[in-house]
Write a protein that binds this ligand. Structure first.
Ligand code: ADP
Ligand code: MG
Length: 350
């Protein structure tokens, strides 16, 4: 995991707004050819030549989207970038730049913002995106972060949510559900810690789950894999809110139905163990968990041979005519309606 090292406290008012911006942004380097002008003027200038440009923004509010009592600031910075890049990759585009805007209360010392920007910097290096601007201002209470991600793609590569056809195969990358249970583990440990601060949590059995929650990765690699396989998905979305709600977005926007097979949904062994321990149904978590930042996409049936041997991909179902509806086929071979909240869907209909 990412390390925290600063224990000093320098008040933000000691630097002033311009001093702070200079301090936080001076080390950013430019790697993308498309970045003509970066931080330092009234606006950045980009040149994408014959490529199309894709843009996506997210806003994260302390207490609503993150809790600093178990989310170290460096992780938060990293995750905020990853979550945005995931949206660019979900368009089958290459991420190239980000802007970073923060509103921060005087409760935070400079060292806290340095941690946040250390995470942002690390992610920008790993994913090779230039930080080309942003805004810095104060807030009455808490921390607010907004990141805008920019990417490029050829027109024929761009993949929307609305291109799935009946009989297409439904495919997901990696595994799902782990990030959500990582959060449950962290919340449980926080409560134990509040009761007895001497209680050091033993988190060895949960390392993968916690890593997925605190240091998720976006699927930068998938666009390159598609290119290598000469594969153009017919639709795509990233799994940020939970597998079932993402499947439903594709179905609704593409005017198709689907059959999702419970026994095909890829889950990590650690997730199986922790769901047993918490006495929670694993399919519920896999369907509704969220924050996995995997990619969910559809392909033509004829393209199955291109992906079948690739360990990054799992075929989890297929699309149907819209009138057939959206269904989960359970391990017991019963067909139940898919809902955005998998848990309730199963309770309601069995
Ligand atoms: P303006 O007054 O035009 O808004 P600022 O003084 O806010 O300009 O910003 C100066 C430069 O620093 C701009 O290039 C801006 O994009 C950049 N910048 C400001 N805050 C951030 C930040 N949090 N992260 C990255 N760049 C930033
Ligand atoms: Mg400004």
């Amino acid at each position: 995991m990412l390390e925290n090292k600063n224990n000093d406290r320098t008040s933000l008012s000691d630097l002033g707004e311009f001093g702070l911006i200079e301090h936080l942004t001076k080390h950013f380097k430019i790697n993308q050819e498309s970045t003509l002008k970066s931080i330092g003027d009234d606006a950045a200038v980009l040149d994408f030549k014959d490529k199309k440009v894709v843009v996506s923004t997210d806003l994260l509010v302390e207490g609503v989207h993150f809790d600093l009592s178990y989310m170290p600031l460096k992780h938060l910075g990293y995750k905020a970038v990853v979550a945005n890049l995931s949206d660019i990759y979900a368009m089958n585009a290459k991420a190239t730049q980000i802007t970073v805007s923060i509103a921060v209360s005087n409760r935070f010392p400079l060292e806290a913002l340095e941690e946040l920007f250390a995470g942002i910097t690390l992610a920008s290096q790993i994913y090779n995106v230039d930080v080309i601007g942003g805004d810095t201002t104060s807030s009455q209470k808490g921390l607010i972060i907004s990141i805008t991600a920019i990417g490029e793609a050829n027109l024929n590569e761009i993949t929307y949510r609305n291109g799935a056809k009946a009989t297409d195969l439904l495919v997901v990358t990696g595994d799902v559900g782990a990030a959500y249970m990582g959060l449950q583990v962290l919340e449980r440990e926080k409560q134990v810690f509040q009761v007895n601060p001497n209680n050091q949590p033993d988190l060895d059995a949960y390392t993968y789950l916690i890593e997925r929650q605190l240091k998720p990765e976006a699927r930068k690699d998938i666009k390159e894999i598609f290119a290598g396989l000469d594969l153009q998905p017919t639709s795509m979305i990233d799994v940020s809110d939970g597998l079932s709600s993402e499947i439903m977005h594709i179905c609704k926007q593409s005017n198709v139905g689907c059959n999702l097979y419970e026994d095909k949904i890829p889950v990590d062994p650690q997730l199986i163990d922790v769901c047993e321990e918490f006495n929670i149904d694993i399919t519920t978590i896999a369907l509704s968990g969220g924050e996995d930042y995997e990619l969910l996409f559809t392909i033509k049936m004829d393209d199955y041979d291109k992906i079948k041997a690739n360990p990054n991909f799992t075929v989890i179902g297929h699309m149907t005519e819209e009138k057939e509806g959206m269904h989960l086929i359970t391990r017991a071979n019963t067909k139940i309606a898919l809902k955005a909240r998998g848990w309730n869907a199963m309770k309601d209909e069995e």
